[in-house]
Design a protein around this ligand. Sequence first.
Ligand code: GLN
Ligand code: ZN
Length: 708
Amino acid sequence: MARTAVLGLPRVGPNRELKTALEARWSGRATDEELLAVAREQRAALWRRAADAGIDVICVGDASLYDHVLDTAVAVGAVEPGLDAYFEAARGARPLEMTKWFDTNYHYLVPRLTGELAARPDHWLEQLAEARALGIEGRPVILGPWSFVQLAKAPLSCLDALLPVYAELVDALDAREFQIDEPCLVTGRYEGFERAWRALEDAAGERELCLTTYFGRVPGEVFALGAAEIHLDLVRAPEQLEPALAAVAGGSTRLSLGVIDGRNVWAADLERARALIDRAITALGEDRVTIAPSCSLLHVPYDASRERALPGRLAFAYEKLEELALLKAGEWPQRAVAPVPRDESVRARVAALRPADYARSAPYAQRAAAQRERVALPPLPTTTIGSFPQTAEIRRARRELRSGALGAGEYERFMRERIAEAIELQEELGLDMLVHGEAERADMVEYFGEQLEGFAFTEHGWVQSYGSRCVKPPILHGDVSRPEPMTLAWWRHAQSLTSRPVKGMLTGPVTILQWSFVRDDQPRRETCTQIALAIQDEVRDLEAAGCFAIQIDEAALREGLPLHPSEQDEYVRWAVDCFRLTAAPARPETQIHTHMCYSEFGEMIEHIARLDADVLSIEASRSDMELLDVFDRFEYPNEIGPGVYDIHSPRVPEVEEIERLLALAEARLGRERLWVNPDCGLKTRGWEETLPALENLVAAARRRRMAA
Ligand code: GLN
Ligand code: ZN
């Protein structure tokens, strides 16, 4: 019989037990031992669950207190052993850089490969022993050296020092087989891989290595390695099955078929998955087939049976383990698959779209003139990105609304007061373009998802974002439409309090798509187009109500970039199109803003220009305006606000410092098209830092205006 395997499991606990324990330890309310006990209990419960479901190969070592890349850094000696050093590296005074794990919303810590390396296998030794005590022979999961170096953003030459350390690690572990994760293979890169693989094989001797790559296809070269097992993500890249079968046919390599989607929350189409398995069994025989999820289950919540939403349609980690067992058995009770709710009017609207629907009615130069005529702004206009500090009382009010302790009327009154405060403060500060402050939004995607048709919400559907931080993504399950205005009343209230323009504030379609679990029965592009039309409705309503400037945030545009370079162009094309569609109906005299909170977009600048937003605000302060270097090569055509201070730090920037950055930006871009703003929303800051920082920002802009 084919066997089943699980490549990785969630970590934080079905009720975020690990989060609670971590935060207790960090605040000194719990001891190391108490934290470790919770972590042990959580992983044991999952191993037991996998074993009870009948899974043959159960992963160990993927369970982490914070991050598996950090665990690997400890294991090779790049971080000192011990919990204090571990948390110091994760969140101390000089923490490791944190960045996105491929195209997921999980963040890993970027190791610094300096100093002497040394093998420290304790993490796996402990977990192997714990599993053994439960009668489970686990398969250690190790992040492979070749990917580790690249994730550390280090040169491949670091492998020289790293490979002997990895060899020692493998040597120290008593296991029959190892799962070696080399996810960087999805980028299509292969250089240096074979050497790293052979070094591990030498260390493993008779023991088997299973090469695991996910989120895309593996390069064809790997099939010639003669590996004991190679895992294929057949959810993301089903087309790789046939060539893989042909490539390993004459050898002994097993194929691990990733047929259950480890990245999404839908109950699997078992018939379709089993057809792939049968195909592989026919080609290779039962013994050379492993049935697996497409990737680690880290990216899905625990238990769909606890949710009221979408009955019968969801499968989280627990259910996915059961699906694996059903696939192995080859039989299952007929499941009535609930149809995806269709909205014919949405579908007709998408079908009727024409190229002209994706463009504003006038080019930027004409629009800019019309906008200047409508609203006179000073040179170097000052503004903020949207949110103001989310104080404890704001968060309490939202909580109390949910629990029913606060009635809708009282809640509305409270929020209107917060908006009034924000407007008054901004007028006092002397900002030129105001915002309402987003006090009513806990999350920029959830806020819109809750008001759109086609979205559902879970009660316990948390997934780890980083460390103890979890997110509960909305589930986009049906056709999307906007039954009623979502932001209009708040904006109207804000604008009624001031004669200065208040920006309408919307989240863009790509970001809503990217930060949700998305239906998989149609291309993402199609789904994104539906969202674009729904947000477009809000653009129209804001404009009709007299709103001069509408900001459509696309914080996640770059995150959606496919991992394989050959697929990136197509994505960028439709993603940018969806933004354009959202903004297109705005009249020339309406100013469209967008915001992106990262600075590494050198290679994307042409596409960002094609968004054709009138004003773009971006992150720039941390790199000392270095990102503006791209404008030497590419002339960005519209207005731009490179962030002049870093909102991620509590430090209040000096006036001179902001002036200096502005001077750098002016030298590059000229004064006419430059805006002055912080580099992201202020929701995570306190007022005590925000007020002086914005005071200095306004002062710096005023001084620059006087400068020749
Ligand atoms: N308008 C949002 C805010 O200010 C933008 C947030 C973001 O870019 N992540 O909070
Ligand atoms: Zn931002």
